[in-house]
Design a protein around this ligand. Structure first.
Ligand code: AMP
Length: 210
């Protein structure tokens, strides 16, 4: 299975990706995670990406595309993958087409998680990440237990101003990717409001139609 997950920031992509990975046993490729890891490790790529990430901007296409091309060549991606946070622009979608054609593989589906803007803003500002496990909590909707709570971090790009900027970027740059996949008959829309379990049931139903 070769999937793409598209959705607004804090739309639940990361949460659904974690479940899809377990259920369908495919490699989870998150460009956001890869950039954060590069930043933490202090690599040249991390240093270059840092400024864009901190202000809610997108890392330039050439860097991002190269990163994904290399990742797709890793052995664990051969039997299936799920791209989370990529493609985020039309040129990235086009570059992905070329990379997949070179490997003679096709996408299975593109899952679009749809969440209204007002819900996104509320979700982003209450979001906290566990640096030890990568698990994401929400202070109101998915509160952490008291033993985990002290170590949780508020991602620098989850502040209100940066959240607004990321949402604006999503509408301007990422939404144009949707018709690209719609025309190919690959797009599957999933309503992203409700609990993570409810959303996952919807994801399963579009991947395994009766
Ligand atoms: P995410 O964890 O997917 O929300 O990504 C965090 C940040 O990494 C984004 O706000 C961007 O600055 C950068 N990033 C992640 N994926 C991409 C991409 N496909 N294209 C450009 N920038 C990206």
């Amino acid at each position: 299975m070769r999937l793409i997950l598209i959705g607004p920031p804090a739309g639940g992509k990361g949460t659904q990706a974690a479940r899809i990975k377990v259920e369908y046993r495919i490699a989870h490729i998150s460009t956001g995670e890869m950039f954060r890891a590069a930043l933490k490790a202090g690599t040249p790529l991390g240093k270059e990406a840092e400024g864009y990430m901190k202000t809610g901007g997108l890392v330039p296409d050439n860097l991002t595309i190269r990163l994904v091309q290399e990742r797709l060549r890793q052995p664990d991606a051969h039997d299936g993958f799920m791209l989370d946070g990529f493609p985020r622009t039309r040129p990235q979608a086009e570059a992905l087409e070329v990379a997949l054609a070179e490997q003679s593989v096709c996408l299975t589906a593109v899952i679009l998680i749809h969440v209204p803007d007002a819900v996104i803003t509320e979700r982003i500002t209450g979001r906290r990440t566990d640096p030890a496990t990568g698990r994401i909590y929400h202070l109101k909707f998915d509160p952490p237990s008291p033993d985990v709570a002290p170590r949780l971090i508020h991602r620098a790009d989850d502040s209100v101003e940066v959240a607004r900027e990321r949402l604006a970027k999503y509408h301007a740059e990422t939404e144009p990717v949707i018709p690209f996949y719609e025309e190919k008959g690959l797009l599957r829309r999933v309503e992203g409001t409700g609990t993570p379990d409810e959303v996952f049931q919807r994801v399963r139903s579009v991947l395994e139609p009766e």
